[in-house]
Design a protein around this ligand. Structure first.
Ligand code: ZN
Length: 441
């Protein structure tokens, strides 16, 4: 049976190739109509009882589909049909939108993030339709703005909350980690992005006037330096107030997570030590504050002795459940004011809340036991939440669903990078996993 499913899945890659060839780059506003049309048609071909677009002016359409199964239970899938731009093109060994097989890999932009995962799900649907029908009802929510911030997901979920009702949700992402173990991840961190700006004059000045005039760049970095101490701890009052302790199950999972410090250092060529001695814990439950970029004065070739009037920093914080993005920005503002930097202007850019499913929920447990069956007992790890974010919180808290991230890529798949790929063997195993999971559900 397992072998049959693997053979079956391997022979179902044509749709996947067709889908990958659509350059649906949301950042460049390309291929959005083609990709969403293609999906609506594909869902219809697979026997969906409903397959439609949710369209609004100024938004990339959502594709929504429903399939009827043999029980009253319903699983909702979240995916996105948009991909990152393919640049830098000269670093690709194949054409990004001409999917190519290389040594058991399928290489193309979107192969792992996130077209491969949706395609594994569609192969699963096709298999059930040809083998007696779906065991449960399925709903597919596929957005087209994930790579540009999922700006309209919360709104769409609230508007369509009744239609989206389900018993459990399977998210995008997940797959095999750096030591090739399959991970069942049950949540994501949140994020808030904000800017801090300093303006100290109406015009840039000759740097000789620095003997008396204030400097926007110094002003900014001095303000920034108050936000964190030398050990990497954020010093903003109240920043950690809403961080909950992990449950005992989550703590145990963190202790068993695969985290090879030396390998990570090598992969990124880190020049300094980690800023924490508990990286696995930090991955799951430590909020961050990161300077993403700094701009001020003259940054070109040669010398320009200027005293800048203006400086700007872009920052983000990765947040854990219960931390509120807007509140974090207000705390940063209050902190700067209290520390004598009321002149620095703080601007909120965007925010997403974190969400972590209850690890004891039956669906999370089932996702784990099924994974052990398919991938092997000691080849599966439970990870309470990913370190990255996505528009997950409204699915967890508005629709009240347990959510797992179980995918088909691996740690070297190169999402967002040149030569993005998945292993065909991971794809077929992923199809088997989904079939097992839905049958048991
Ligand atoms: Zn993605």
């Amino acid at each position: 049976m397992v072998k049959d499913i693997h053979n079956y899945a391997e022979n179902q890659l044509n749709d996947f190739l067709e889908y990958l060839a659509i350059p649906s780059v949301s950042a460049e506003n390309k291929g959005i109509k083609e990709a969403s049309d293609w999906l609506v048609k594909k869902f219809e071909q697979l026997g969906a009882k409903k397959s439609e677009k949710w369209e609004k002016k100024g938004q990339n359409p959502f594709v929504y589909a429903e399939f009827e199964g043999k029980s009253s239970k319903t699983v909702l899938f979240y995916n996105h049909y948009d991909v990152q731009p393919a640049q830098p093109l000269n670093e690709w060994q194949t054409e990004p939108f001409k999917p190519t097989f290389v040594d058991g890999k399928l290489v193309a932009r979107g192969a792992s993030d996130d077209k491969g995962e949706l395609m594994a799900r569609l192969v699963m649907v096709k298999w059930f339709q040809e083998n007696g029908g779906l065991p449960v009802n399925l709903k597919f929510f596929v957005e087209g703005e994930e790579e540009i911030g999922s700006l309209h997901v919360d709104e769409a979920v609230k508007e369509h909350a009744e239609e989206l009702e389900a018993d459990a949700c399977i998210w995008e992402g997940g797959g095999k980690n750096s030591v090739n173990r399959f991970e069942v991840i049950s949540g994501m961190k949140g994020i808030v992005s904000f800017d801090i700006e300093a303006v100290t004059a109406d015009v840039d000045m000759h740097s000789s006037l620095a003997c008396f005039a204030p400097n926007a760049a110094w002003r900014l970095v001095q303000g920034l330096a108050t936000l964190k101490d030398k050990n990497g701890r954020v010093t903003v009052e109240g920043f950690y107030d809403d961080v909950d302790e992990l449950t005992s199950v989550e703590k145990a999972a963190v202790e068993q997570m695969d985290f090879d410090e030396e390998k990570v250092k090598r992969t990124f060529g880190l020049k300094r030590e980690f800023i924490t001695d508990k990286p696995a814990y930090a991955f799951v439950n430590e909020p961050t504050m990161t300077i993403n970029g700094l701009t001020s004065g003259y940054e070109g070739e040669g010398v320009k002795t200027v005293l800048p009037k203006y400086a700007k920093a872009k920052l983000d914080c990765r947040l854990v459940p219960k931390q509120n993005p807007e509140k974090i920005v207000r705390l940063v503002e209050a902190h700067l004011r209290k520390n004598g930097f009321a002149d620095l202007k703080v601007t909120f850019n965007l925010g997403e809340n974190a969400f972590r499913s209850d690890s004891s929920h039956a669906f999370v447990q089932l996702a784990m036991t099924t994974a052990k069956k398919v991938y092997g007992d000691d080849q599966v790890k439970y990870v309470p939440n990913a370190a990255g974010g996505g528009p997950i919180e409204c699915f967890g808290n508005v629709l009240k669903l347990p959510i797992v991230l179980v995918g088909v890529h691996n740690a070297a798949s190169g999402a967002h990078a040149p030569n993005e790929h998945i292993l065909v063997s991971d794809f077929v195993q992923g199809v088997e996993y989904l079939i097992e999971l839905l049958q048991k559900f």
